[in-house]
Design a protein around this ligand. Structure first.
Ligand SMILES: [Zn+2]
Length: 374
């Protein structure tokens, strides 16, 4: 049974909101929704990067079905990495498109322009806080810089106001930025202020739309990282040269984490190299697993042709990216995601007018929309 058209729906995708952030602050609005509705800690999709998870939540499906397996992919034709941030890469309709097919208008509110390109098709309103339309600036003021926590406050203030004033909008998809999580651990004062402010804005949104269902989750958590490997250079150094290595996290927003992430794909020069390269990778400190393409696709619900010939899994302290040297020790303040260690996130459904399936049906963030927003 679908909520679309039955009641207004607010999908809150809180970027980087791991369970440790949920547990570190009182968050009375989140907690009362969890208590009175449905709450379960669930898993993010692997790799724990934004686009793969945002597409999964927005489609209610695994990457094997929608096709977004990371922020970037390797274009085998050009031999270059391309950003996977166009709606053309998504092979099934998003909840926004499904709503439009039924005559229900949606608003996509996000901090980053890339999310509009990826998920904005079919939305009646599509606003990126980093480049807002003039009429939004006139109404709500100029948002803070994209590399700030205040930009998330602007975004949720807009969401709460649209809920109050635009009753014709039947679905809101609100996607914050994880910059604050990259900058501050859950116990930091700045982080608590960020989460408490977002909690207050959630309470305001609920007060302005008592009829609406709120569906809340995240794309991944965040951890401190100690080291980064450039797998192309590291493999070359150990005599097991590869064709290409790519951090699944690589995107345009380089400032806060240089787009290093805890998962990588490797393409081989020849299929015969597979075992030798896998061994060379497993010899590197901080790599906890290497899987061949088919096995990785099967295990994590990925689209095989859009991942590498080898999937490389970092431990909680290890990330991958492009470096001047094979390995770099990172600053102690460095935080990022992408690995299996950033998988635990909250899932909350509040005020749904359709009955929910049993709790066992919810194991991943994409289950937020899979069962009741089809
Ligand atoms: Zn993210």
């Amino acid at each position: 049974m679908s909520l679309i058209g039955k009641q207004r729906i607010v999908i809150g995708m809180y970027d980087g909101f791991g369970m440790d952030y949920f547990n570190a602050s009182p968050l009375p609005a989140f907690r009362s929704m969890a208590r009175d509705g449905f709450f379960k800690p669930v898993s993010a999709v692997f790799p724990t990067v934004t686009n793969a998870n945002n597409a999964s939540i927005c489609c209610g499906a695994w990457p094997k079905d929608h096709g977004i397996t990371g922020n970037s992919y390797f274009n085998e034709r050009t031999g270059e990495a391309d950003y996977m941030e166009s709606a053309d890469f998504i092979r099934i309709p998003t909840v926004i498109q499904r709503a439009a097919e039924r005559g229900v208008k949606s608003a996509l509110l996000t901090c980053k322009v890339k999310t509009i390109h990826l998920l904005g098709r079919g939305a009646a309103i599509a606003v990126a806080a980093e480049a807002p339309p003039p009429e939004f600036v006139a109404l709500y003021g100029k948002p803070a810089d994209i590399y700030s926590r205040e930009i998330n406050y602007w975004l949720w203030r807009v969401a709460a106001d649209i809920l109050r004033r635009r009753r014709d909008i039947g679905l809101l998809y609100v996607h914050t930025t994880d910059y604050p999580m990259h900058m501050w651990a859950p116990a930091a004062e700045e982080s608590k202020e960020h989460m408490e402010t977002l909690d207050g804005l959630l309470a305001e949104a609920r007060a302005g739309a008592p009829d609406a269902a709120f569906l809340l989750t995240a794309d991944h958590g965040m951890n401190y990282k100690r080291r980064c490997w450039d797998l192309f250079k590291a493999c070359r150094e150990s005599g097991a040269e590869v064709r290409f290595a790519l951090s699944a996290e690589k995107d345009r927003y380089v400032k806060h984490h240089r787009t290093f992430g805890g998962a990588a794909w490797v393409w081989l020069k020849s299929p015969a190299d597979e075992e030798r390269v896998a061994h060379a990778l497993l010899d590197l400190k901080g790599i906890e697993a290497v899987l061949p393409r088919r096995a990785a696709a099967e295990k994590f619900g990925l689209m095989a042709e859009r991942i590498g010939e080898l999937a490389v899994f970092g431990d909680a302290e290890t990330v991958f990216g492009e470096l001047e040297t094979p390995m770099e020790e990172l600053e102690p303040s460095y935080r990022s995601h992408g690995s299996l260690h950033e998988s635990r996130i909250p899932l909350i459904i509040y005020n749904s007018s359709v009955p929910l399936p049993p709790a066992e049906a919810f194991s991943a963030n994409l289950d937020l929309t899979r069962h009741i927003v089809q």
